[in-house]
Design a protein. Structure first.
Lengths: 566, 422
């Protein structure tokens, strides 16, 4: 009896399941057939949607609408006069120009110099030179400030040290040291495109020294320099926190714009200042479009090349021999100086921070990581959407490039004016706003980092899989999963660093008591609580170092050899 | 092989578990209390937290708060006036409440709340006083001695070139404490206040956002002198020496009021009622030596002012509120908007001005020139000018610094007085 019931139920199940299974198979075959088009369609939708939400609507409806609309601006307290605004903008642009020029020069020289060294030493120097990027500029400045305070009390040092680490020179020093790694990375990524075999060919053709440098290195160097310069300029001009704590009475436009929303509630002035930030961005846009018309942007088209060495395939992250420049060891002097300066700052941060480890609020760190994790997933989706479309057009490059150059302070003003009311109507909307701000900064950087470090799956592998009969869906799945695994650590590191380092646009949108890292820094530093701030940044640095390890272990096969992955 | 695959799977499960736990933990930590009373708090963080905990424990009403400096809190209220996310505003000098009330940001308080326990000077139909603190100069004596500087005894001392780069204060653009300082100068010097305070601002090395921060900055060893309400200097890891300027000083009356459009109006009233009580008013005194306003409590502000030897000036919140925009606009343009001058430049400017004085045959002519030429503002920025002005105006100022016991009944006559003064 029970046996017949069982067989009946099996029959009923198979009767129902088989048509479903057939339907699923048909659906799957259709998906596989149209997958490439579907993928491109979804990617296109992702890019357009993200651009509209992150840039277009905030700037057009947030800023322009606020400027043209009638508001009772005169009723607000503390409205600066026009000359104050102009002075602030002028002072900020001069600060950004000088800091970006110094940072780009120092970064470029170091990028050239490190290429002279053997790979292993180069990797260590990469880590040392890139490490300050994980610290907010205000923390680096705080470290120097503490050194000056310490040195004032000790005899020979007090003869050389200034009275205090405040003012315009302190700001330029802080930004230069903090943002040199960004320029170093940009130039390094560009220089890594130079293929050794091409240099050999040019050598054989009789090109040496300056000629070789001019033909091979200079074009890549100039691209890396311009990219780094624009990024540094956008970051310096948008930072309200560092000038607040280290600038003394030095006027700063980002601080002024931030105070318009945080202290004055003056929306119209905030919108006007945000638009003023977009003026240099507009110039950059015109330059890029002009350049784009002349020759398509191929900034990041070449992936890091693999090459054979001692019969083994190596991924060339640093070169084992000098490329495009003579073995001039004087080039190493800026590297030594930079590591010396960075070492001073990091030593202060780690030694002082360690003593305050017990004051750490792990909820703050945990929240920052969770928001970074969510933003990472979204940034990866956007970056891969760009990569999918990139084969057809370099317009995607241009789009990401333009978004990355928008001063975050302008985005902060735009987000505040468009989305700021959300936090009033529903307080948990702050979570969404935090993720939005993380994403706006991290998505372009993730895209460029992925392109700069290159695709790990070669086109020949994909072709081989297709020849063996794998469906496009299967290939895409394999590609996506493997890429995701490789880049997850890298993207997570980028997003976490950005959410720790970039005060704009985040500070425009969050309350000062939101338990995440940046507002906590702001409160601690306002009260000169350097120790707890250093402790927090030390922990964030260690976490980022772990993410860096994860990404390097995925990106560089060298780490996978032997018993230990490290 | 199988073992390795199992280990790999376990690692994956562990990793996923950690991510899941972090996500749940983080999001739940960020979840804000959507029900109950929500108040903006412009007091010291510890006091805000204690108010919240004690009130919830006593009444069972869930409470949450956001701590913002006074000026930022006021800006927040202005920004979200159509749809306020808070029910109450507690803490911060009373003149800011007067500004909020004049802009229609506060609800009227019932007669029941308009308690007789609060002196008439410190209540209105929109808000009432909860605590008071006196403005003073907080000094790290050791650091001052290391820098070979004498203890400042007056506001005039602080304007001397010797103290260049030695003072920390808060910014009036964000902090109510800083505006109390500006207003104190106004009460001491009238329309001369801006000229008088400019050299002091030139000596300030750092303007903090929060009024409670300068004392912490001094404790960290960045500078030896802080301008702040004295309770913030008396607590903390290192107690600072407090000096009350001999010219006289102001004080704040921290207030509380219900925000117009509050979503939890009835519970907000219960909270205010509780703030009037001994328990609510004693909490600031328990953490900081702030003075309660409730005149039934021992050591309340009336008693303190009647018995103190300190020359204290009544803050007159209505007048302070009326002048606030003028002073903040001046500050943002003339002080904050000007690059900091270094000490050498200031000393050179001082030398050249002193030479001009020596060349002038009659001191009286020089004085009249300074007073009438309109150049005072420029001179004040670079000169040790306060001492000169002191000699010139000393008798008049004695009458301006009102004795502490004489509280004017400013509430009823406030509008008239604003008109007369301005």
């Amino acid at each position: 009896m029970s046996k017949s019931r069982l067989s009946l139920s099996r029959l009923a199940f198979s009767t129902l399941a088989n048509p479903l299974k057939i339907l699923f198979m048909q659906f799957r075959s259709q998906i596989e057939r149209y997958f490439p088009s579907l993928l491109r369609g979804i990617s296109f939708f992702n890019l357009v949607f993200a651009f509209i939400i992150l840039v277009f609507i905030p700037i057009s409806f947030g800023l322009f609408a606020q400027v043209v609309s009638h508001t009772k601006a005169d009723e607000h307290i503390g409205i600066p006069q026009l000359n104050t605004v102009i002075n602030a903008l002028f002072a900020s642009f001069i600060l950004a120009l000088s800091s970006a020029s110094l940072a780009v020069a120092w970064g470029a020289v170091q990028a050239l110099a490190v290429r002279l060294l053997p790979r292993k030493i180069g990797l260590i120097l990469d880590f040392l030179i890139l490490s300050p990027i994980a610290f907010p500029p205000v923390i680096i400045g705080g470290a120097y400030h503490n050194w000056v305070l310490w040195g004032e009390k000790i005899y020979p040092f007090n003869l050389f040290l200034p009275d205090n680490f405040f003012g315009i020179s302190a700001l330029i020093c802080t930004y230069t040291v903090s943002l040199t790694p960004l320029n170093y990375f940009c130039v390094r990524a560009m220089l890594s495109r130079i293929r050794p075999e091409l240099l050999d060919s040019l050598n054989l053709l009789g090109f040496h020294g300056w000629e070789l440098f001019k033909i091979m290195v200079l074009p890549r160097l100039s691209t890396g320099i311009s990219l780094g310069f624009f990024l540094t300029f956008a970051l310096v001009v948008s930072d309200p926190l560092t000038p607040t704590f280290l600038g003394g009475n030095t006027l700063n436009a980002a601080e002024l714009a931030w105070l318009q929303v945080s202290a004055f509630g003056n929306h119209r002035m905030s919108a006007l200042l945000s638009l003023a930030f977009l003026v240099p961005w507009g110039i950059i846009v015109l330059v890029l479009i002009y350049k784009f018309k002349r020759s398509p942007l191929a900034f990041f088209s070449a992936a890091e090349q693999k090459y054979q060495e001692n019969g083994k395939t190596q991924r060339r992250f640093t070169l084992s021999r000098p490329v495009g420049s003579q073995k001039n060891l004087f080039l190493l002097i800026p590297v030594v100086f930079y590591i010396f300066f960075v070492g001073f700052a990091e030593a202060m941060i780690f030694t002082k921070g360690w003593k305050y480890f017990h004051t750490l609020n792990f909820q703050v760190i945990g929240n920052t990581l969770v928001f970074a994790l969510i933003a990472t997933i979204l940034a990866l989706i956007l970056a891969f959407s760009g990569v999918v479309w990139r084969k057809r057009t370099t317009l995607v490059d241009l789009l990401f490039l333009l978004v990355s150059f928008i001063p975050p302070a302008a985005l902060g003003g735009a987000y505040y004016l468009l989305y700021g009311d959300l936090r009033n109507t529903y307080t948990s909307a702050q979570t969404l706003l935090i993720i939005l701000t993380n994403l706006s900064i991290a998505a372009p950087l993730t895209y460029f980092s992925i392109l700069a470090l290159g695709a790990l799956i070669s086109s020949s592998t994909i072709e081989a899989a297709a020849v063996l009969g794998a469906s496009p869906l299967r290939i895409a799945y394999t590609l996506f999963i493997s890429q995701l695994r490789q880049y997850f650590g890298l993207t997570l590191m980028i997003v976490t660093i950005m959410s720790t380092v970039m005060s704009a646009p985040l500070m425009w949108l969050v309350n000062s008591d939101v338990p995440i890292v940046l507002p906590r820094f702001y409160r601690l530093l306002d009260h000169a609580q350097y120790g707890p701030a250093f402790a927090m940044v030390t922990v964030m640095f260690l976490i980022n170092a772990i993410f860096l390890g994860i990404s390097l272990s995925g990106l560089d096969p060298r780490f996978k050899r032997g018993k230990k992955k490290w | 092989m199988k073992n390795s695959a199992g280990t790999h799977r376990r690692r994956k499960i562990l990793l996923l578990g950690i991510i899941f736990a972090l996500t749940i933990g983080g999001l739940s930590a960020c979840k804000e209390n959507e029900s109950g009373v929500k108040f903006l708090c412009s007091e010291e963080e510890k006091v805000c937290a204690k108010w919240q905990k004690t009130f919830t424990a006593k009444t069972g009403i869930p409470t949450s708060y956001l701590r913002l400096p006074t000026a930022e809190a006021l800006a927040r209220l202005q920004g979200e006036s159509d749809n306020p996310s808070f029910d109450l505003w507690v803490g911060g000098p009373m003149e800011n409440y007067a500004v909020a009330a004049s802009q229609g940001l506060l609800e009227k308080i019932d007669a029941q709340l308009n308690s007789e326990d609060i002196p008439a000077a410190w209540k209105s139909e929109y808000y009432f006083g909860v605590y008071a603190s006196i403005l003073g100069i907080c000094v790290d004596e050791q650091l001052l001695a290391d820098r070979k500087l004498a203890l400042p005894k007056s506001w005039a001392d602080l304007a001397k070139i010797d103290y260049h780069g030695q003072i920390v204060a808060s910014s009036p653009l964000t902090s109510g404490t800083a505006y109390t300082l500006l207003w104190t100068y106004h009460q001491l010097y009238g329309e001369e206040a801006k000229n008088k305070i400019t050299p002091l601002y030139q000596n300030i090395i750092r303007l903090t956002h929060s009024g409670t921060a300068p004392a912490d900055v001094v404790r960290s060893g960045e500078a030896p002198i802080a301008l702040s309400f004295t309770p913030y200097c008396e607590t903390g890891a290192e107690k600072l020496k407090i000096i009350y300027p001999k010219e006289g000083t102001g004080y704040e009356v921290g207030a509380a009021g219900i925000i117009r459009g509050a979503k939890h109006f009835q519970t907000a009233k219960i909270f205010l009622q509780w703030l009037l009580s001994a328990q609510g008013q004693e909490i600031p005194r328990a953490f900081l030596p702030q003075i309660p306003i409730n005149q039934r409590l021992p050591g309340n502000i009336q008693e303190v002012l009647e018995n103190t030897q300190i020359k204290v000036i009544s803050p007159e919140p209505y007048l302070a509120a009326a002048k606030r925009k003028d002073y903040l606009t001046w500050f943002s343009t003339e002080i904050w908007g000007k690059a900091k001058q270094d000490k050498t430049k200031l000393e050179k400017a001082q030398d050249s001005t002193l030479k001009t004085r020596v060349k002038t045959s009659s001191p009286q002519i020089a004085e009249s020139k300074w007073g009438e030429s309109g150049e005072e503002h420029k001179v004040a920025a670079s000169l040790n000018y306060i001492q000169y002005r002191e000699r010139k105006t000393a008798p008049a100022r004695e009458t301006m610094s009102a004795p502490a016991a004489k509280f004017p009944g400013i509430v009823s006559k406030a509008a008239d007085r604003v008109g007369k003064k301005d």
